[in-house]
Design a protein around this ligand. Sequence first.
Ligand code: ADP
Length: 258
Amino acid sequence: KWEKIDHRDRSKDELYEMEVTFNEMIDQLKDNYERQEDFVSNASHELKTPIQIVKSYAQLLARRGKDNPELLDESIEVIDSEADRMKRLVEQLLSLAKNKENVVHERVELVQLIEHSITTFKQAYNREIEFHKNTETIHVLGNAGQLEQIIYILIENALKYSEDKITVSLFTYNGDVIYSVKDYGSGIAPEDQERIFERFYRVDKARSRGTGGSGLGLSIAREIAEDHQGKLTVDSTLGEGSTFTMVLPVMKEGPDEK
Ligand code: ADP
C-alpha cells in the first residue's frame, strides 16, 4: 500500500515538473517570437525611411530638376547619403543574421588591427586619436573581421558623439586584454547605459539619425565580444564623456610558438 502511494506521488511530481518545464519552454518560444517580430518591424522601419527619402527626391527631380541645378546638387547629396545609410544598415543586418557556426576563429594580432583602424579614421575624420598600449603585440583567438568590426564601432561612436580628441588604449592584465575607447563628449545618462546595447536603441533619435546611426552598432559589438568569451561595458558621465571597454582572454601560446 505504502509503495503504491509513493509511486503515485512521484509520478504526480514528475507530471508537475514536466508541466513547469513545458510552460517555461512555451514562454521562451513566445518571447523569441516576439523579439523576432520586433526585430523585423524595426529593421523594416529603418529601411523604409531612407527609401522614402530617396523616392521623394527622385519625384522632385522628375518634376522640377531639369532646369534647377541647385535642386539637382541637393538631391544628389541626399540620395547619396541615404544610399550609404541603407548600405550600412543592410551590412549590419547581415552581420546579425550571420550563422555563428560559419565564423572561423584563428590567431589574431590586435595591436596591428587597432593601428590600422586608427590610421583609417584619422584620415577620414581628420581628428586627433591617441593610442596608448603596454605591449607591442598581443594575440587573441577570434575572427579578424569581427574583431575589426568591434574596434571600428567603438572608435566611430566616440568620434560621432564627441568633438575633442579621443583616446584608444590596449593593455594586457592578468591574462586578459583590455581595449578601451574614451571620449570627452556628450556622455550617456545612467538609465540609458544598459539600453544602448539593445538593438535599434538610440538615446537621441533625431541627433543620431543625423549622424547616420541605426542603433545597431553596440548590440553587434556586444554580441561579438560575448562570442569571443569576452565582455563589453560602458562607463560614462553625462556631459563629461564615455569610456567603452572590451575585455577578452589573451590567447595562450601554443607549443609551436617561440
Ligand atoms: P548608432 O548607430 O545610433 O550610433 P549604436 O548602437 O552604436 O547605434 O549606439 C546606440 C546609441 O548609444 C547611440 O545612438 C547614442 O545615443 C549612444 N552612444 C553610443 N556611443 C556613444 C558615445 N561614445 N557617447 C555618447 N553616446 C553614445
